[in-house]
Ligand binder design. Structure first.
Ligand SMILES: Nc1nc2c(c(=O)[nH]1)N[C@H]1C(S)=C(S)[C@@H](COP(=O)(O)O)O[C@H]1N2
Ligand SMILES: [Mo]
Length: 307
């Protein structure tokens, strides 16, 4: 399966491989197909998305072996080593704040009505490296619409699981746990913004933020918070982990921008993971290549000031 990635693997992957069991069960139940054999659910498997890039995805090994997930350590190899201990079932997300139907929603309930699809996205870390990842997920906006966003809501805050017994990094100091992130409401409602529950046709690997994580492809990777347990709609800009740690270096917006350097390094170019030691750096693209879709969200804003 992984060898077919250059071809757009969703077209050639056997359907039975495509969605993980929990997703399947949720989707089948929603479609009234519980107990029906596989072919009846074919329409649930994603067609190639118009939002997917043509760029070839990184290997499964790159995507699952070179990670930032500080709950499991500071080295890029730590999450793959330590995340296996994380319990992801049962899982629920507490959704509250300025919403019409607040509550603690079991993950299966959240997945029931959604159509999962593949989104092959460019992914750019603030550390000036990039990858291409074939995520599986659904638009965050679909979930927000389902719980009902109150008219006064302007931002969405996200929180990662806090469970030091299973997350050794949370037993160390450095970050004020739990990891928190946020988006402006219009960013959260943008169709490119997804909640991802898998990648490469498999259930989300734990080191990548199982069972459900945010993916915002035009922003630096730290915005794409993993292993989400809480979503809160707010009126004012929520506190975010990296901004509160180093406000001069990491802003709330964190839009990928080759013209606004990090105080300690250039953001004009990036290293593609998996390209090998001598690969040429690639130019970084405005909004990570998604300017056509998202530049309008920031019309009239000074992107050097709101970094
Ligand atoms: N909870 C949590 N979410 C997180 C992080 C983290 O340490 N903890 N790291 C962020 C950073 S800096 C990046 S680059 C991406 C990495 O995602 P990946 O490991 O799937 O490539 O996750 C982001 N989400
Ligand atoms: Mo990152």
């Amino acid at each position: 399966m992984r060898a077919t990635k250059m071809l757009g693997w969703s077209e050639v992957t056997p359907k039975a491989d495509f969605l993980n069991r929990r997703q399947l069960i949720a989707s089948a139940a929603a479609a009234g197909l519980a107990g029906v054999a596989w072919p009846a659910q074919a329409k649930i498997a994603a067609q190639p998305s118009r939002y997917s890039t043509d760029a070839p995805p990184n290997s499964f090994d790159d995507i699952t072996g070179y990670n930032n997930f500080y709950e499991f350590g500071w080295d890029k190899s730590d999450p793959r080593k330590h995340a296996g201990a994380l319990t992801i079932d049962p899982w629920s997300i507490e959704i509250g704040g300025l919403v019409e139907r607040p509550g603690t929603y079991p993950l299966d309930d959240i997945l029931k009505p959604v159509t999962l699809e593949e989104r092959i996205y460019r992914f750019r870390c603030v550390e000036a490296w990039g990858m291409v990842v074939p995520w599986i997920g659904f638009e965050l906006g679909a979930l927000l619409n389902r719980v009902g966003v109150a008219p006064s809501a302007k931002y969405v805050a996200f929180e990662t699981l806090h469970r030091p017994e299973e997350m050794p990094g949370q037993r160390a100091s450095g970050i004020d746990w739990p990891y928190v992130e946020g988006l402006r409401l219009d960013e959260a409602m943008h169709p490119l913004t997804i909640l991802a529950t898998g990648l490469y046709g498999e259930e989300m690997p734990k080191q990548n933020g199982a069972p459900i994580r945010l993916v915002v492809p035009w922003k630096y990777g730290f915005k794409s918070i993993k292993s989400i347990v809480k979503i809160t709609l707010t009126e004012s800009e929520p506190v975010t982990t990296w901004k509160s740690l180093q406000p001069r270096e990491y802003g709330f917006y964190a839009n990928v921008n080759p013209e606004v350097d990090h105080p300690r390094w250039s953001q004009a170019s990036e290293r593609r993971i998996g390209g090998g030691l001598f690969a040429k750096r690639e130019p970084t693209l405005m909004f990570n290549g998604y300017a056509e879709e998202v530049a309008g969200l920031y019309a009239g804003m000074d992107l050097a000031k709101f970094y």
